[in-house]
Design a protein around this ligand. Structure first.
Ligand SMILES: *[C@@H]1O[C@H](CO)[C@@H](O)[C@H](O)[C@H]1NC(C)=O
Ligand SMILES: *[C@@H]1O[C@H](CO)[C@@H](O)[C@H](O)[C@H]1NC(C)=O
Length: 555
């Protein structure tokens, strides 16, 4: 027996007036950041791909700040969730979510570990997931060292990993204002590790190459550790990014010396120093925009037609802690993304393009500048919890704050990337069929389906069963809408005993208003066991939330 048209029309009711806690009907476990998109994505001008972010609650009282579920997320540029990696995939503090390649296959990489917001350090490891979001492996440092949160890259087509380490070491610091109590300094280290053998391929130490006297954050200022103990070691250098080019040389950024260095990949020697605001600098600045300080995320960008070496970076031009303890330093009205050109013959540096925020954002910590293959640039404003996409000429084509409303205050995000990605989750899809309105005797039904991390489903089919267990197609193809698709229209078809189609109604919008007549308010209650038998009878098609709604997904 087919479900009667009357039953369909009266019960399949969709309503968008849902309370705030009902963010996703099919995933009540998820409290997803709601992006505040102030500059909607401009079709044709934004690059293809998704945003990879990991927003967390900044400030000292993290309970009062969003997001409620800090963690790694993938969003599209309409602000729709694609994947939440909260708790199920990354269970502790996570940053630096990015796409990469491992053994020739697309993969996801992020840092997971403990976060010390006062010192801006993290301790943990790097975790690789495949396109099903299953863990492939964890990456650890060699030589008994602890990986820090700031840099993590899988390079050489997945053959090795590049990351950094803050290693406290005791030293005589009397030359920098220390006494016998102030003897700890941070050695800024980076390692390249072979992912097949675990061997350390290369290790570099800041204390062997850059003296503490070059620092822009003095020991006595107390803004980067006071030297009193190993956990309070003076972070004179604060390494925060490492990159490697095809010639095998490294590019590193050190925040507390306002400088970027090129490191010989064989000897570790400093090949050149680019001081943004530091006198120990090998390049004459050709324009005022070059000056940068407390920067992040320096990356090689190849060479231009004049043979100049190009690099990108995020210029904070401000310094402060993530918890807002201590005083702040400001060197410019806003932070910016920058592409700089180095002329090694003339020993000069010039600005190719600087990318300024659509709001007056000056980030005291964190930040990234991702130059996309097509030339667009994604700048992530670190402690200000916002992301902007620019065209190569600096035009804003998308801007979002990473949480809306009161929770938006204090959201921070270390780096953001935009990449193309195909997700085929091993996690099962979810469906919900909710009946509500009983208190007003107007029973209504909401149907919703989602599949965390999927990028391939184009439409859903909602199926149901009548009281006799007959399977029914409730709405035909329902085009996917963002993360969660809800059924909004119904129609019914009349068949004869030979299953020949006799009639088809027109499409009716599901009805928000009409109460269900008393006779239809309840169908037979099924026991737990009857429910199980019903599910088994449906050829294994999954049923998540009770006995009447199952689903099929179609690519
Ligand atoms: C950093 O050092 C340079 C000179 O080496 C100086 O001009 C600049 O003001 C310093 N900035 C801070 C914040 O100390
Ligand atoms: C979105 O951001 C703008 C600019 O900061 C702000 O004025 C507005 O209140 C925000 N909206 C929400 C919903 O948070």
């Amino acid at each position: 027996m087919r479900l009667s048209a009357l039953f369909l029309a009266c019960s399949l009711i969709w309503c968008d007036v849902v309370s705030a806690s009902w963010q996703l009907l099919s995933r009540p476990d998820l409290q997803v950041p709601r992006l505040n998109i102030t500059h909607p994505a401009q079709a044709g001008l934004t690059a293809p791909g998704y945003f990879f972010i990991a927003p967390f609650a900044g400030g000292s009282d993290q309970e009062k700040h969003g997001p409620l579920q800090p963690g790694p997320y993938i969003f599209d540029d309409q602000g729709q969730l694609v994947w939440s990696g909260f708790a199920q995939y990354f269970s502790i503090w996570t940053v630096n979510l990015q796409t990469t390649t491992y053994h020739g296959e697309p993969a996801l990489l992020a840092f997971q570990g403990k976060h010390n917001a006062a010192h801006g350090h993290g301790h943990g490891h790097l975790k690789l997931l495949d396109a099903k979001y299953d863990v492939i492996r964890e990456i650890r440092a060699g030589h008994h060292r602890l990986i820090d949160k700031h840099e993590g890259q899988v390079i050489n087509d997945g053959k090795s990993a590049l990351f950094q380490i803050y290693q406290p070491v005791p030293r005589d610091l009397s030359a920098y204002g220390g006494d016998e109590d102030h003897q700890w300094i941070v050695d800024g280290i980076f390692q390249e590790v072979d992912l097949d053998t675990g061997d350390v391929v290369f290790e570099w130490h800041s204390l062997e190459h850059v003296p503490p006297s070059h620092s822009n954050i003095s020991l006595t200022s107390g803004q980067a550790g006071n030297g009193l103990g190993s956990s309070e070691a003076w972070d004179y250098f604060h390494i925060n990014s490492v990159d490697k080019n095809d010639e095998g040389d490294y590019l590193l950024s050190a925040r507390d010396v306002n400088s970027v260095y090129k490191i010989d990949g064989k000897t570790g020697r400093v090949l050149w120093r680019l001081g943004g605001r530091n006198q120990h600098n090998d390049f004459r600045h050709l324009d005022n925009e070059v000056a940068f300080s407390f920067q992040h995320h320096a990356r090689y960008q190849g060479y231009d037609s004049q043979g100049r070496e190009l690099i990108s970076l995020y210029d904070n031009s401000a310094h402060g802690t993530e918890t807002d303890t201590g005083s702040q330093l400001h060197d410019a009205p806003t932070s910016s993304g920058k592409i700089l050109a180095l002329d090694h013959k003339a020993k000069t540096v010039a600005t190719v393009r600087a990318f300024y925020p659509p709001f007056k954002l000056l980030s005291k910590s964190q930040g990234s500048t991702h130059v996309l293959p097509g030339g667009n640039v994604v700048v992530n404003w670190g402690s200000e919890g916002a992301v902007t996409e620019f065209t190569s000429d600096g035009t804003v084509v998308f801007h979002a704050f990473l949480e809306s409303g009161p929770l938006g205050v204090g959201v921070q995000n270390y780096r953001a990337f935009k990449n193309e990605w195909i997700g085929r989750p091993s996690e099962e899809a979810a469906v919900a069929g909710l009946v509500y309105g009983a208190e007003h005797r107007s029973y209504k039904v909401l149907l919703a389906a989602s599949w965390n991390g999927d990028t391939e489903v184009s439409h859903w089919r909602f199926l149901g069963k009548d009281v006799e267990g007959n399977r029914i197609d409730l709405g035909g193809k329902v085009a996917r809408v963002g993360f969660e698709t809800r059924l909004t229209w119904v129609r019914a078809q009349g068949y004869n005993a030979k299953d020949e189609l006799l009639t088809t109604t027109r499409w009716e919008p599901v009805d928000h208003e009409r109460p269900v007549p008393p006779a239809f308010r309840r169908t037979k209650e099924l026991s737990r066991m009857e429910e199980q038998q019903e599910n088994d009878r449906l050829d294994g098609v999954a049923s998540q939330t009770g006995s009447w709604i199952v689903f099929q997904k179609q690519g």
